[in-house]
Design a protein around this ligand. Structure first.
Ligand code: HEM
Length: 468
């Protein structure tokens, strides 16, 4: 019997669990997948109320245990190579491809460490002026007064921010040089190919055909990789040395030049460009649009954010660039973003499969089961968050200091914790700062959300803008 942490017991094959151990409650039901996909929040809250934070389901056709308590989340999110493996549907794994951090566990740590500098720390801080100018430029195109469709408008700006930072490609369609030598003609083609790729991730049919989202997704993936290859070739042909701090792609190319036998093969670089744009774009767009929606619901919070902004920044102008230090001082803004992530977590963590049986806190998690650490459970547990039904940003600030590790999991945690969390927070903070300085807005009733695979406000939901 192997003891991992003092509390987690990994059972050898055939080993009988100690006496007095129970299994999670609830029988798997044939319709669980439909109930979950139709409304993951309702599915989680109803079962939490009836069975507690750990229960069996039949989601995705196998025995799938949902967990929400901090200790169980910690167990799930740190089992890689010891007692869990990533277990997403085959269609999803094909979309990720073999260079994803979800594949090849033996290479995970090395790959993740090598990718991190391009998305965090000093290089991320260097992206900040460009994030500012792109958001100012994007918001300047929002109408002065009138209705806009919230999610598509936010998504457009996020795409314009992320593509240059990750791929170093300018999305200025008025400049003929932007797409010169590339197999796509403009930013719309790139965006729509990405959408087809994204939709392919959750196609349930494995039929490779233009009639299935999986088939179309795979085709889009191949075309996007071809695009990435052309971007890399163009960069290598460009004059002068590549600046490793210019964008995520440049960081990888310079690392490859310096360590020709290192981990950055051309295939890894192309795939990482593809994957990081995928990982970032929809999630950040979902977060920013949910934030705008929540601020529309609570004008008093918007007022408080404006007071904080004035206190930290003083005199403002339309072209203000927010410094890293100023963003750090905006603690209330950070708390409001976290509360938005708590109430509207864009995604769940990936499914894991138990490769060994595990016992924790008297519960047996049997080998072969799938297991999911669900923010939609963890974030509504009164043991983790006082009066979880209320939108209260102050809960993340002293003296309450709610949202401890493994209780607050919008970015996952443990081995596969999100590599882009800092980047997501930076972009969202800058977006929010410009927006609250430039605009007032009203909601047009209660928003409906697409719940799966990502939680995001439906495309047709509008807000009414007024320039301040
Ligand atoms: C609001 C924005 C975001 C949210 C809510 C989010 C959420 C998540 C979650 C829940 C995971 C953990 C998956 C798991 O353990 O199963 C994850 C992993 C990951 N995220 Fe994010 N993410 C966001 C933004 C980003 C950005 C901006 C990037 C990169 C540019 C990124 C790159 C990644 C990568 C590479 C992983 C896998 C890490 C690993 O396997 O070790 N994410 N993200």
């Amino acid at each position: 019997m192997e003891q991992l942490l003092s509390e987690i017991m990994i059972l050898r094959d055939g080993q009988t669990p100690p006496a007095g151990i129970t299994t999670p409650p609830r029988q798997a039901r044939w319709y669980d997948t439909f109930s979950y996909i139709a409304n993951p929040e309702r599915f989680c809250s109803q079962n939490l109320e009836k069975y507690g934070p750990i229960f069996n389901t039949g989601v995705f056709g196998s025995k799938t245990i949902f967990v929400g308590s901090a200790r169980a989340n910690q167990m799930v999110l740190n089992g890689d190579s010891k007692y869990t493996e990533i277990a997403l549907p085959d269609t999803t794994m094909d979309m990720f491809g073999e260079y994803s951090l979800f594949q090849r566990p033996a290479l995970h740590r090395e790959r993740k460490n090598a990718l991190a500098p391009g998305l965090t720390g000093e290089i991320l801080a260097g992206y900040r002026p460009r994030i500012n100018t792109t958001i100012i430029d994007g918001l300047s195109k929002w109408t002065n007064t009138g209705k806009i469709s919230l999610y598509p408008a936010v998504e457009k700006i996020c795409f314009e921010v992320l593509v240059p930072l990750l791929l170093g490609v300018s999305l200025d369609d008025t400049n003929p040089k932007s797409f010169e030598g590339l197999p796509l003609a403009n930013s719309n083609q790139l965006k729509s190919l990405y959408k087809t790729y994204f939709d392919g991730f959750y196609g349930l049919s494995k039929w490779k055909s233009p009639l299935t989202s999986y088939g179309r997704g795979l085709k889009a993936r191949a075309k996007l990789l071809e695009f990435m290859r052309a971007v890399i070739a163009k960069r290598r042909l460009s004059q002068g040395e590549i600046n490793p701090k210019a964008d995520f792609l440049s960081m990888m190319l310079v690392n490859q030049q310096q360590n020709p036998d290192g981990i950055f093969s051309d295939a890894l670089i192309e795939n990482q460009c593809l994957l990081q744009l995928w990982a970032s774009h929809y999630e950040i767009s979902a977060l920013v649009s949910s934030l705008i929606y929540q601020l529309g619901r609570f004008p008093q919070i918007l007022d408080k954010l404006r007071s904080e902004q004035a206190k930290v920044v003083g005199e403002l102008s339309n072209s203000k660039t927010f410094s890293s230090e100023q963003l750090k001082q905006m603690v209330f803004l950070e708390a409001v973003i976290k509360e938005t992530l708590r109430i509207n977590p864009p995604s769940s963590t990936a499914n894991r499969r138990l490769t060994q049986s595990v016992v924790l806190d008297g519960i047996l998690y049997a080998k072969g089961c799938t297991i999911i650490a669900e923010p939609r459970l963890a974030h509504i547990m009164p043991e983790h968050f006082h009066q979880p039904e209320l939108f209260e940003a102050e809960r993340f600030l002293p003296p309450r200091n709610e949202g401890r590790m493994y209780e607050f999991i919008p970015f996952g945690g443990g081995v596969h914790a999100c590599l882009g969390a800092q980047m997501a927070m930076t972009i969202t903070k800058i977006f929010a700062n410009h927006l609250i300085y430039l605009f007032d807005w009203q909601l047009t009733g209660e928003a409906s959300f697409v719940q799966f695979p990502l939680k995001k406000i439906k495309n047709n939901y509008q807000i009414i803008l007024q320039k301040r």
